[in-house]
Design a binder for this molecule. Structure first.
Ligand code: SOE
Length: 404
């Protein structure tokens, strides 16, 4: 591991009395675009202790990354991430690259005294995630902070769900039902892009989208999964190799190659606090585009959420008379709802990109307050352990306990 070279508390020069946080981002495809939007918009809507400065975006192709810098609002572009993390005008490194690069980049950035925001899942293996969590814990002693991008925690309806559970409105939680359903791979002629390559992505639907619902349900409950029993399946074993890809779109070539990750993952779980969980993650649910569905049943009530109707949370209060009971549709667009007051007048609703803005807002506030942002790399490691346990369970056809 690289020696820690810098002791730092952020940040660069001040603008109008406000400290600046200079950001360097690695990767500029789908996640890079939505992260750029977040860095661009955060200070326009939220009162922040730090002023983000979009210093530099990094990618391997000089012409493409220069174009991305111009389109997405970065001041400069760079082709060497190692050079980028050493720059004086970079206080925070935002990692938006495939999982096989996360450990090396994040550990190097933390050692160089740079705060880190790293896309999910934290890593491609438990071993990498352990090294990252260790590096983050050490960096925190120098005031250097690290966050993993489980963005959906910052959807207002999800934040409200966590609050209701935390306030005891559901009583004792007994059932957790969670699905992440997409269909962008259901067509067998869809090209083989990096998300279908285990060496790059670590796993398929399990890590790419299953990781989100694992994190979300643990976050809402304030509890962790203790054991799992699961099955993975690869329905389409071979696809045309992509000649080019951008975000989720790719161009198919004539050559064919093997799919080395799961297309779908299902598992059952036991939470340490006693709740039972049923999980499903698939990119083959025809007609479902980005359906993150969570239902939680407790002794005093239930909650239900679907990202395809993301400004709504359904709540059943089991303490009121049956005659007046049933799920109530809470429209989460009011100023008192988490994050909402910073945006539009009541009732106007938010979209996919807002969760990313809330993520950088919370990250900047934590950095300025010299506290760990949430979710930490330790939280990312815990999710990684659940992913690994589901994979092992699928191979061994046996229950796996989450240890560590
Ligand atoms: C593709 O399945 C993907 O872009 C994921 O990688 C993201 O994490 C998810 O939020 C949307 O879908």
């Amino acid at each position: 591991m690289t020696e820690a070279t810098t002791t730092t508390t952020t940040t660069g020069p001040t603008t109008g009395g406000q400290r600046q946080l200079s950001v360097g981002m690695i990767g500029y495809a789908f996640m890079g675009a939505v992260h750029s939007h977040a860095w661009r918009s955060a200070h326009r809507f939220f009162d922040l202790p730090l002023q983000p400065r979009m210093s530099v975006v990094c990618g391997r192709d000089a012409a493409k990354v220069e174009q991305a810098a111009a389109t997405m609002g970065w001041q400069e572009s760079e082709t060497d991430w190692r050079r980028m993390i050493e720059r004086d005008d970079v206080d925070l490194v935002d990692i938006c690259t495939p999982g096989d690069t996360h450990a090396e980049m994040a550990i190097a950035a933390l050692a160089a005294g740079k705060h880190v925001l790293c896309e999910k899942p934290l890593a491609n293996s438990v071993e990498e995630a352990e090294r990252m969590a260790e590096a983050a814990a050490e960096a925190a002693t120098r005031g250097v902070r690290a966050m993993v991008g489980f963005t959906y925690r910052r959807v207002p309806a999800i934040a409200l769900a966590r609050k209701l559970v935390g306030d005891g409105r559901l009583g004792e939680v007994r059932h957790v039902r969670a699905q992440y359903l997409q269909d962008w791979l259901a067509d067998p002629s869809s090209p083989l892009s990096w998300r279908l390559d285990k060496t790059k992505a670590g796993s398929g639907a399990l890590g790419d989208i299953g990781a989100h619902v694992i994190d979300l349900t643990q976050h809402i409950l304030g509890d962790t999964i203790g054991e799992v029993s699961g099955q993975l399946e690869t329905f389409v074993k071979e696809r045309p190799v992509a000649t080019d890809s951008a975000g989720l779109s790719a161009t198919a070539g004539t050559e064919r190659g093997p799919v080395t990750v799961d297309d779908a993952a299902v598992f059952i779980a036991r939470f340490t606090g006693g709740a039972l969980g049923v999980y499903e993650a698939t990119r083959f649910a025809t007609g479902r585009k980005n359906a993150i569905r969570i239902e939680i049943n407790g002794s005093l009530g239930s909650l239900a959420f679907d990202f395809e109707d993301m400004n709504v949370l359904h709540f059943h209060d089991a303490t009121i008379d049956d005659e007046e009971g049933g799920f109530r549709r809470i429209v989460v667009t009011e100023p008192g709802h988490p994050y909402v007051g910073a945006w539009w007048p009541p009732g106007h609703g938010l979209g996919y990109e807002h969760g990313f803005t809330h993520q950088v807002v919370d990250l900047m506030r934590a950095i300025a307050a010299d506290t760990d942002p949430s979710p930490t790399f330790a939280d990312g490691l815990q999710v990684q352990r659940v992913l690994a346990a589901v994979e092992t369970s699928s191979e061994t056809r046996a229950w796996q306990t989450i240890t560590g």
